[in-house]
Ligand binder design. Sequence first.
Ligand code: SDX
Length: 427
Amino acid sequence: MSNQANLTIGDQAFPLNVIVGTEDEHALDISTLRKDSKFITYDDGYGNTGSCESSITFIDGDKGILRYRGFDISELAEKSNFLESCLLLFNGELPTTSAIENFKLQVSSMSALPADVESMIESMPSTTHPMGILGAALQALGGSFPKLSTNTRPADVESFDEAAALILGAIPSIAAKHYRSSRNESIPSRRGNHNYCENFLHMMFGNEDGQSIDPAVSNALDLIFLLHADHEQNCSTSTCRMIASGGANAFASLAGAVSALWGPLHGGANMAVIKMLNEIHSAGDDGSQFIQSAKEGKSRLMGFGHRVYRNYDPRAKILKSACDQALTALGVESPILDIARNLERSALQDEYFIQRKLYPNVDFYSGIILQAMGFPTDMFTVLFAIGRAPGWLSHWKEIATHGKRIHRPRQIYQGSIHRPYIELGNR
Ligand code: SDX
């Protein structure tokens, strides 16, 4: 294919360069279209629009492929772990043993929250959702470390490694601090021999006698975080990049990404899946009535469908088998897991879903595992955010080091045309 395309408007031809990615994706470069033709393009929801060139994550929605820096998610899920994948996303290469050990120590040393952040969490209205707490606490964390959130570059780029380790160390503590405070409990003292996920589970559910954490549970949580670590230009990551493009620091950019993730069509779907499965269960439905209502457009099969995947979300496949192993290890019988399996089986055979290429996505099974681990449903999206933090940070770094311009889309105005002011007495 040539590296040029021609757009014809009326009797005028406008040559457009073609950009080809390393995975042979093709894009029309319309950077000068408005200047040359006075036309802009229109693409509701950006489904056909590339906002950037990125080297972090590749998705092929038709083939159900997901790769972090070229490494396939199924291989990382089998052989890697969350903190190693964080370094891979940040730096572009699999880290050495010493880099991993140093990073683990750095993250662990930053898990204790500054007193101001703790008191801010305690002072938030008791009805605040955990995602609201997380967004506010990230801003407070940045405020506690002004040298890491200067809103100037290259300063914020030079301190990226320290800011990233601080954020990754602190967000499980923010989540656990709010969970404990809302139950008038305090976080038990830290156990030096705990890894990242064991420490989080201990902060959440442990006590002073520090009973051991089941490796099956901490490994399942590590897998969930790894699978959520990045997903190219999804709604929350694009929000993070939008904020970063204006020069804002990583803490502010991630606080904005947290707000974007909260929505039920995005990261809030894992909570919505559990709510949906519990409602189906309480109604004595095996799922077939619900499928019918989804087909009639009366409800949405939460955890199904994806803007990019027109095939099975590879993360859902991995989580589906992890779900069985985690529930067996936990000795948990989950009636909603049977309903989930029934919904999946029916939907994958039903023309409505097949025609629309609707398959289970990452949220379909994650909630079932998190509920079995004992996490309250309103924390599920916070857990998604902990997993996605390295992705947001990697994209912040990519914009901060390679970004060209502030993100500022155009629009097609459809409002009132020019009209004179009407005095109050004449309205
Ligand atoms: C995540 O982008 C990412 O990468 C996100 C994410 C990440 O890692 O960051 O992967 C995480 O957000 C996963 C998605 C979680 N959300 C849900 O599970 C909510 C349920 N899913 C949908 O609402 C929907 O599928 C979206 C939001 C995920 C995608 O929406 P699109 O691409 O805008 O699709 P659409 O709404 O235009 O739907 C196309 C058709 C419509 O039917 P018709 O109008 O053609 O008749 O499919 C139907 C929709 O009604 N449809 C569904 C459906 N999803 C789409 N019908 C029933 N149940 C569903 N879940």
